[in-house]
Design a protein around this ligand. Sequence first.
Ligand code: ADP
Ligand code: MG
Length: 289
Amino acid sequence: AVPVALVAGLSRAAHFGVLIKGAKPLEAMARIRTLIVDKTGTLTEGRPRIVSIDSHIGISEVEILRFAAALEQASQHPVAQAIVAIAKEQGLTLPVPSEVAEIPGEGVVGSVQGRKIVVGGASFVARRIGQTSDNHSSLAAGSVLVAVAVDGKMAGHLVMADPLRKGVETMFKRLRQEGVARILLATGDRPEVAERVAEGLGLDGLRAGLTPDQKVLLVLTERKNGPVMMVGDGVNDAPALAAADVGVAMGARGAAASAEAADVVLLVDQVDRLGPGIVIARRARRIAI
Ligand code: ADP
Ligand code: MG
């Protein structure tokens, strides 16, 4: 039977919006040494706003937004959802795209009104249209940069700002007091953006430009030093959540795949709930053993 203290811990954590899927993950949570956090949608709000739109080949800014949003309807990525919402707020009617394929954590390809569109991270889009690099990247260090290609040509960029969530710094301090010795940021985004977000957070390391598989590899490598907790929100995080000792999903707005793969689901859209979550887990374990 499961000790009463653990059952009480589960119920107490749920009260804080931290859904722990059983006594085993609760115990594991009490022993975490390393925390790996995803960036977009986890450390940041994941509701970026558009700062500016640049157009390069004579397709207007509004058309670039319309093409991008039409295709992003197919994606659950927080950046994609933000682009769709902004386009609709501006009163744009979005055509239904065809031949759509999403590459998780990178972007979407497809056809919109007979034109071949690629939308996504700037380096992904550059690669898809056969450019070796996106020479625009350096202009927008620190912001999320979404590129849009039309019929094989780089047509424009959406420069977007995605602010850090409230309470992250305080939460990290608290977790360190609770015995978390190492905190790493892992993101599919560019290093410049990751560095800007990490500034002042006192992280022990930062890995950028990671594919979903590379996030898994990072988790497995870190597990050699002790129990690892991985927190993420996206489809691209699901394998890493499953590979961690404790996978935590941002349940309120994150991808369903990440909530399924996780041992712990944050039912409120606040990553700092991990603070009380860990405190409760440690207390419950102390009483139970
Ligand atoms: P993280 O790993 O930090 O959550 P992701 O790997 O999910 O970040 O996304 C990193 C970057 O990839 C985003 O900031 C964005 O530039 C780009 N990206 C991924 N998917 C999409 C998409 N569907 N549309 C536009 N950009 C995308
Ligand atoms: Mg994410």
